[in-house]
Write a protein that binds this ligand. Structure first.
Ligand code: ZN
Length: 199
C-alpha cells in the first residue's frame, strides 16, 4: 500500500482517506493496510500520522479498526466521552505542531456510556463525576431537539469539543488560521458501523 507522506496532505484529503477506510470496514472489504513487519521497520525512525482521532475509550470504537488503518497512520487519543483537558490538548498539540498532522477528528458515538451517565444524572462514585462535569454543559445546547437524547448529546459534545480545539490558543488556533490544520466532529453508529462527518 503506497501512502504519500503528510507533507502534501491536506485536512480534506485526510478526511477522504478516513472515510474510504470506513467504507471498506462497513462493506467488509478491509485491506488492513500498514500492519506488516515492513511497515513497522519503516516507522522506527519516526512517525507521520495523517490524522489525530480524539475518540471515546469505549471498547466498541477502536479507530484503527473502524477506519481500516494500520501502524503509523492515526495518532489516537481516547478518553471516555471524548472530552478535553490539558493533557488531551497537549497530545493533540504535539501531533499537530511536531508531527504536522493536518486533521483532528473528534469522534463521538451512539450509546455512549459516559454521555448516558451524564444524561441520567444521579450519583457517580470516585473520579467518574469529572467526566459528567465536562459533558453536562452540552445538555443545555440541545434543549428542544427531537430524537434520542443520548445520541443528540454525543453529537453536540463532539461539535463543541471540536470548536474548543479550533479556538485553543496559541498552537491549534494558529495552525487552523494558517490553513495547516482542519478540525472536524464526527459520529460513529455502533449499529451500522458508519462514521458521519458532522457539519
Ligand atoms: Zn463513549
Amino acid at each position: 500500500m503506497d501512502y504519500p507522506t503528510t507533507e502534501n496532505l491536506t485536512g480534506d484529503t485526510a478526511i477522504g482517506r478516513l472515510m474510504a477506510g470506513n467504507r471498506r470496514y462497513v462493506n467488509e472489504k478491509q485491506t488492513h493496510p500498514n500492519q506488516m513487519p515492513e511497515r513497522r521497520a519503516e516507522l522506527i525512525d519516526g512517525q507521520r500520522p495523517f490524522a489525530v482521532i480524539l475518540g471515546c475509550a469505549d471498547s466498541r470504537v477502536p479507530p484503527e479498526v473502524i477506519f481500516d488503518q494500520g501502524l503509523g497512520d492515526l495518532f489516537v487519543v481516547r478518553v471516555a466521552g471524548n472530552i478535553i483537558d490539558d493533557v488531551v490538548l497537549g497530545s493533540a498539540e504535539y501531533a499537530a505542531s511536531h508531527l504536522h498532522t493536518p486533521l483532528i477528528m473528534v469522534l463521538g458515538h451512539s450509546q455512549c456510556g459516559a454521555i448516558g451517565a451524564t444524561v441520567a444524572g444521579g450519583d457517580l462514585e470516585g473520579h467518574i463525576p469529572s467526566l459528567a462535569e465536562a459533558i453536562r454543559p452540552v445538555l443545555d445546547s440541545i434543549q428542544g431537539q427531537t430524537g434520542d437524547l443520548v445520541d443528540n448529546t454525543a453529537r453536540a459534545n463532539a461539535r463543541i469539543v471540536s470548536e474548543q480545539l479550533k479556538q485553543s490558543t496559541p498552537i491549534l488556533s494558529d495552525l487552523v488560521k494558517e490553513g495547516n490544520l482542519k478540525v472536524v466532529a464526527a459520529f460513529y453508529d455502533l449499529d451500522t458501523g458508519l462514521v458521519e462527518v458532522l457539519t
